[in-house]
Design a protein around this ligand. Structure first.
Ligand SMILES: [Zn+2]
Length: 56
């Protein structure tokens, strides 16, 4: 099952307008020494440095 194709667009923070993001993973499981699964989330770096967690 795939999501509907979306038009390409620059990822931009909706709170500060920053374009630098980092990828985080939530709920990763360790299997045979390798991290598997988990949910990816893009976080704004600028907001993160301000102590706020803004997912994109
Ligand atoms: Zn931001």
């Amino acid at each position: 099952m795939r999501a509907m194709p979306k038009p390409e667009a620059m990822v931009q923070c909706h709170r500060c307008g920053g374009r630098e993001v980092i990828e985080s993973k939530i709920g990763v499981l360790m299997k045979n020494g390798k991290p598997t699964g988990g949910t990816k989330a893009l976080l704004c770096v600028v907001c993160l440095l301000k102590g706020e967690r803004v997912t994109l």
